[in-house]
Design a binder for this molecule. Structure first.
Ligand code: SF4
Length: 611
């Protein structure tokens, strides 16, 4: 454990010291000397972001459910705290027992966003763990990673000992069990890793070799020592019975999602062609309304939160949404606890639920049409029509809502300037709809937020082979749209930094050669790259240059079907042929129906993952 007196003296010198103290309600306390296995869950962003991450909360409480295992938390220190720790010669430590990361058996990172990778290196280095996996000895922790980014683990392959592909609930238990056995046998890490590779869902990168062709594409991925090829993702098949914490930690600081969150379902059947989550988290598995109501009530009584959120990729598609919303809102009436419900298409409900849903839906209206024209929405398989958008906003305006938020993407495959400017046409039409509503029914003034992100092609989607627009093209489109929106009064336009989206595209589809870039960027001081105030693009440009890596090769290059992709060792259960077929259908602007209406043959049934 680190010197807490010294720690106490440095905390008042940094911003938001409560990020680094621990001791919150719901924190798990155990005797470190009776724990056989010690696990540090590390989140490569600040406390406020990490404490809102449901996956980390689930795994923290699940692992702590085993008596012999003690799991603790650690978040990325803000640069002022990083400096303070270095100045005081203190290592990065966990909140529960103030133990240095290097003293754990496992250090596990959640990788949900590519631009957190340099923070992982910071945390390893500050935690006194060798940054490169090859430099670690058996006395160092096993460094593991999970989360959405590990569906292409390769840019981080040199830094991580093993990746958990898919949902970690069952895999972690098996991994810890194997570790205990190896510890009793005094086995070294190399032996443990070779056996861990035999657990379904585990990818040990050091057991795979990658060679490259002269043109830079992957020549071959070879497997050593009988490790699996490909590695199949794991899922929790009985999701209703799956673990969910009853008593989550109540954060000390105002965090991003300061409320009770229940997980309604996993997966999505809609098949939007740009959406990685929609493919990697298939198949859809739901919790029953009764289970969710029980979990929500238990969480409220243990935490004292005053809001419950129903979380999933598409809560409106949950088969028992009307019953869940109505029963929960009735049960919570008069308790001071509100229900946050995403935009629901209430036209699909009739009878007893319709009126109740109208009363509950009071959190403003948010829509993600993603593209400005129907042609482009068909290309991306976003089954939302202008009629859907316009009738929903009309209804919202008539019931007194004045704030509407719309989310779009720019640079989608097949996009023309007409599609970009179509976003301004939608905004103008929504403004007209607002003024068509009788004055006495309108609330406040007209307010519309249009947020436009830059399309990033992601692995395991039909657009995984697509080229990304380059930065200049994105910036030109942003300028043209901004000009077009100037004539629509009451619209707030938000857009993404195209330079950051380019980097995201590089690391989303990158390979092992990018580890040198990450190391250079880390050494140059790149931290918290998704935070505007800390993002330094020039440092990244130099990091690429020093490593001799051309970012456009990864971001702006269209791939062919027969190219070996760096992430081909990872199997989501969805066949490559299906993804390619979806890409072909996109080129014809042909839509594919929601697979709840009939299986569209993505491959999960053959893989035994979808019933
Ligand atoms: S196997 Fe069929 S039903 Fe299952 S997720 Fe794939 S397309 Fe949908």
């Amino acid at each position: 454990m680190i010197d807490t007196i010294e720690l106490e003296s440095l905390l008042p010198t940094v911003s938001k010291p409560a990020r680094y103290t621990g001791g919150e309600l719901g924190e798990v306390k155990k005797d470190i000397y009776s724990a056989d296995v010690r696990f540090a869950f590390c989140f490569p962003d600040v406390y406020e972001v990490g404490m809102s991450h449901l996956g980390t909360s689930i795994l923290y409480h699940l692992v702590n459910g085993v008596d012999a295992v003690y799991a603790e938390r650690c978040f990325a220190p803000w640069p002022d705290m990083e400096k303070a720790l270095k100045d005081a010669a203190l290592p990065l430590y966990t909140l529960e027992t103030k133990t240095a990361l290097c003293d754990f058996d496992f250090v596990g990172f959640s990788l949900g966003y590519e631009m957190c990778y340099t923070n992982v290196l910071t945390m390893l280095d500050l935690g006194r763990i060798p940054i490169y996996a090859k430099d670690r000895r058996s006395s160092d922790p096993i460094v593991i990673a999970g989360g959405g980014c590990v569906y292409n683990p390769e840019p981080m392959a040199d830094f991580i000992d093993l990746f958990v592909v898919g949902e970690g609930e069952e895999v972690l238990a098996e991994l810890i069990e194997l570790f205990s056995v190896c510890k009793r046998e005094n086995a070294d890490h190399a032996y443990f890793l070779s056996r861990a590779a035999g657990i379904e869902g585990i990818y040990v990168p050091s057991l795979y070799d990658v060679t490259y062709k002269k043109d830079g594409t992957v020549k071959e991925i070879t497997v050593n020592e009988g490790a699996p090829m490909p590695v199949h993702k794991r899922i929790v098949s009985d999701f209703d019975a799956g673990f969910f914490p009853e008593s989550p930690i109540v954060p000390y600081l105002g965090v991003i999602h300061d409320r009770v969150t229940v997980e309604v379902m996993r997966g999505c059947t809609r098949g939007c062609r740009f959406c990685q989550a929609g493919f990697i988290y298939r198949p859809v598995r739901e919790r029953s309304a009764d289970t969710l109501i029980k979990q929500a009530k238990a969480n409220i009584s243990h935490t004292g939160h005053d809001e419950v959120s129903l979380c999933s990729l598409s809560t409106g598609d949950y088969s028992q949404v009307a019953r869940l919303v109505c029963t929960l809102s009735d049960d919570l009436a008069g308790t001071g606890v509100s229900l946050a419900v995403p935009s629901l298409r209430i036209d699909s409900y009739e009878g007893e639920y319709a009126q109740k849903l109208k009363e509950v839906r009071n959190t403003g209206l948010t829509f993600a049409p993603e593209a400005g024209t129907q042609r482009l929405r068909d290309i991306i398989n976003k089954n939302i029509t202008e009629k859907d958008i316009f009738s929903a906003v009309k209804e919202a305006f008539e019931s007194g809502t004045n704030g509407v938020k719309l989310y779009f993407m720019m640079g989608l495959p097949g996009e023309t300037m007409e599609d970009v400017l179509g976003i301004a046409d939608i905004a103008a039409r929504i403004r007209s709809i607002y003024y068509e509503v009788p004055k006495e029914k309108r609330a406040g003034g007209f307010k519309l937020t249009v947020s436009v992100s830059c399309f990033v092609p992601k692995p395991h989607t039909p657009f995984q082979w697509a080229a990304q627009d380059d930065i200049a093209v994105f910036e030109d489109k942003q300028r043209r749209l901004k000009d077009a929106l100037r004539s629509v009064k009451g619209v707030k336009f938000n857009w993404h930094d195209a330079r950051l989206s380019m980097l995201e595209a590089v690391f989303a589809r990158g390979d092992r050669r990018l580890s040198a870039v990450l190391m250079n960027a880390y050494q140059a001081g790149c931290r918290f790259d998704s935070w505007k105030e800390l993002f330094d693009f020039d440092k990244w440009c130099r990091a690429f240059e020093q490593a001799g890596v051309e970012p456009a090769y990864y971001a702006a290059r269209e791939r062919k079907y027969d190219e070996i992709l760096p992430w081909d060792m990872i199997d989501t259960g969805i066949s490559k042929a299906y993804l390619w077929d979806e890409k072909m259908r996109a080129e014809q602007a042909a839509t594919t129906p929601d697979c709840r209406l009939g299986c569209t043959g993505c491959g999960l049934k053959e893989a035994g993952l979808c019933l």
